[in-house]
Write a protein of this length. Structure first.
Ligand code: PAF
Length: 291
């Protein structure tokens, strides 16, 4: 496996692969890899000749009070995990390679970024779409892989790709959970044992909400209330948002119907965790992927 640290090195690597007629899959990450990232790699491996993973903790997607400087980093461990998953090359640039002195250009998707995580993290998605556009331009992949856990991020990137005509197919991969249901996240590392127990309430609340909808409840406010009660019963939790939204537009629903996104962001101690679940409510029957 190659470690590439400059844009020029990526261009050389990609040009060779292209000359040999190879397809390229990109797995963009911020590192500190876990099984969720490795499931993206597995999918990329199935669908492409060459798999490139980027590892870059992107400063432009963190707010001034957020955890950019303490975000977990361990390139050596990541390299071992990536090699084990048969990644062909890692692109791990220093910040100055991506944002040199005088950097002034940003990409912004409107609308979809103003709700849910976008409402509580102003500027976050602008940073994400900017760095992802740069990665697409640098790597020029045929396909790029994103986790369903960041559902809104995947929707925003799909819209950007459509609106700006990036010649890349966006593939989303299901959430990977710990055995007890906690969605895998590099930020789980921050949790104390008590906080980790509290964090299990996120997935419980999603299943509770989905169960209530399945039993016939169609008022979004009633579903949100039940989920809120489940979360606030746990120590050290503070709700950022609980949303019952249209899964395509991400706009809040009053009356539940169609493809529905149940999503939440909850502070557990000083760690902000997100999770979500998609339901299909059709002919008054609700279907969702119960695990
Ligand atoms: O999901 C992430 O890890 C990041 O937001 C991404 C897509 C790698 C952009 O920095």
């Amino acid at each position: 496996m190659k470690l590439l640290e400059t844009i020029e090195a990526v261009h050389n690597y990609v040009n060779t692969a292209r000359r040999l007629g190879r397809s390229i899959g990109l797995v963009p990450t911020m590192g500190y890899l876990h099984a969720g990232h490795l499931s993206l790699v597995r999918k990329a491996r199935e669908q492409n000749d060459v798999v490139i993973m980027s590892i870059f903790v992107n400063p432009t997607q963190f707010g001034p009070e957020e955890d950019f400087s303490r975000y977990p980093r361990d390139l050596e461990r990541d390299q071992e995990l990536a090699a084990g998953a048969e990644v062909d090359a890692i692109f791990a640039p220093p910040v100055a390679e991506m944002y040199p002195e005088g950097y002034a250009t940003y990409v912004q998707v409107e609308g979809l970024t103003e709700v849910l995580c976008g409402a509580s993290r102003p500027g976050h998605f602008r940073g994400v779409t900017t760095v992802v556009s740069k990665l697409f331009n640098i790597v020029q992949p045929d396909r790029a892989y994103f986790g369903q856990k960041d559902y809104q991020q995947a929707q925003v990137i799909k819209r950007m790709v459509r609106d700006l005509n990036f010649p890349v197919e966006i593939i989303t991969v299901p959430i990977v959970r710990e055995a007890d249901g906690l969605a895998m996240s590099s930020r789980n590392k921050y949790l104390t044992p008590e906080q980790r127990r509290s964090a299990l309430a996120l997935y419980r609340a999603l299943n509770l909400g989905a169960g209530i909808i399945k039993s016939g409840e169609r008022r979004a406010a009633a579903v949100r209330k039940a989920m809120e009660t489940e979360i606030t019963a746990q120590p050290q939790t503070r709700i950022d948002y609980i949303a019952v939204s249209d899964a395509d537009t991400l706009q809040p629903l009053e009356e539940i119907a169609g493809r529905v996104l149940l999503a939440l962001a909850v502070w557990v101690g000083n760690t902000r965790l997100i999770d979500n679940l998609i339901l299909e409510v059709k002919d008054d029957v609700a279907h969702y992927d119960e695990k």
